[in-house]
Design a protein. Structure first.
Ligand code: KMH
Ligand code: ZN
Length: 279
């Protein structure tokens, strides 16, 4: 590996759509809190921020006004890759799931299949997925292909073959969601073996799996996502007080396994991601 390919891109998923303050007392909820949490995470070493937002009652929303407000606040201070979620929350309509693509972000998540998601179902029928991919392609937004289960990797590859995603593609393996693929070494190795040549990949393991699987991914040459969307504990029984604390822990682990941290500029080069102006 040359030094740039050895660099570690850290994504921080700040809030997600599922958690509440009752479960996660330090969860950022308002645009100001989400932006501040993101800025701290970038100062701690994150080069990508995965963005969901909440409304005035703290409920998940895909309202582009709120997304833009968060993006503007973050961009006043730091310059990470901003990755909006098109996954949203369970039950969001197809029309709503296109709304985050109107906010000037340079990257967006793209889940390529449907899964059980706890007791619910996260629906991603092919026409919805292809519609999102087409709009990302037209707008020059880099998709992060979210792989919660094996068929989603295959569907991501089909989108590349159909010309709806431009290679080199970037994949996120989301392992450990109840109802989807478990966060195990065997599953991760199987997925990585199936990647198209020249792809980049990152891991988001859920709950107690976050740090052990992240360490494995770092050793395998992958990149890492942390953040309260996926896990709120620094270690068993110790809540993270901020997203930055979770990023700091990964930075320490990366140093131990010999992975220097990529800046946002370096992350853009590694992922072949263009910076875009806020539209
Ligand atoms: N909230 C989940 C139903 C994404 O951001 O693209 C979907 C999700 C994936 O979080
Ligand atoms: Zn998300």
């Amino acid at each position: 590996m040359n030094s740039s390919s050895n660099q570690l891109v850290i994504t921080c998923a700040l809030v997600g759509a599922e958690l509440t303050r009752e479960i996660a007392p330090h969860l950022p909820l308002t645009p100001k809190e989400i932006a501040e949490s993101g800025i701290q995470a970038v100062h701690a070493g994150a080069s990508i921020l995965h963005l969901h937002v909440r409304d005035s009652e703290g409920k998940p929303t895909l309202d582009e006004q709120i997304i833009r407000e968060v993006i503007q606040k973050i961009r006043k201070e730091v310059d990470p890759i901003l990755q909006v979620s098109t996954g949203g929350a369970i039950g969001d309509t197809e029309a709503d799931r296109h709304r985050p693509l109107q906010c000037g972000a340079e990257m967006a998540s793209l889940t390529t299949g449907s899964i059980n998601f706890g007791n619910e179902v996260f629906l991603n029928p092919i026409p919805l997925v292809e519609g999102l991919a087409k709009e990302m392609l037209q707008k020059g937004i880099k998709p992060e292909i979210e792989v919660f289960d094996v068929s989603m990797l295959e569907q991501g590859i089909r989108l590349i073959e159909k010309g709806l995603i431009q290679p080199p593609a970037h994949f996120q393996f989301v392992l450990g969601v109840p109802g989807a693929l478990a966060a195990t070494e065997r599953n991760l190795r199987f997925l990585v073996e199936g990647l198209p040549a020249n792809s980049t990949w990152t891991i988001a393991a859920i709950g107690r799996h976050q740090f052990p699987i992240a360490e494995l991914a770092m050793k395998m040459g992958g990149h890492v996502r942390v953040g309260m969307e996926d896990n709120i504990y620094l270690e068993k029984g110790t809540l993270a007080k901020s997203n930055a604390e979770l990023v700091q822990k990964i930075v320490c682990m990366a140093s131990e396994v010999g992975r220097p941290i990529a800046t946002s500029k370096e992350a853009r080069e590694i992922l072949k991601c263009q910076a875009s102006e806020l539209s």
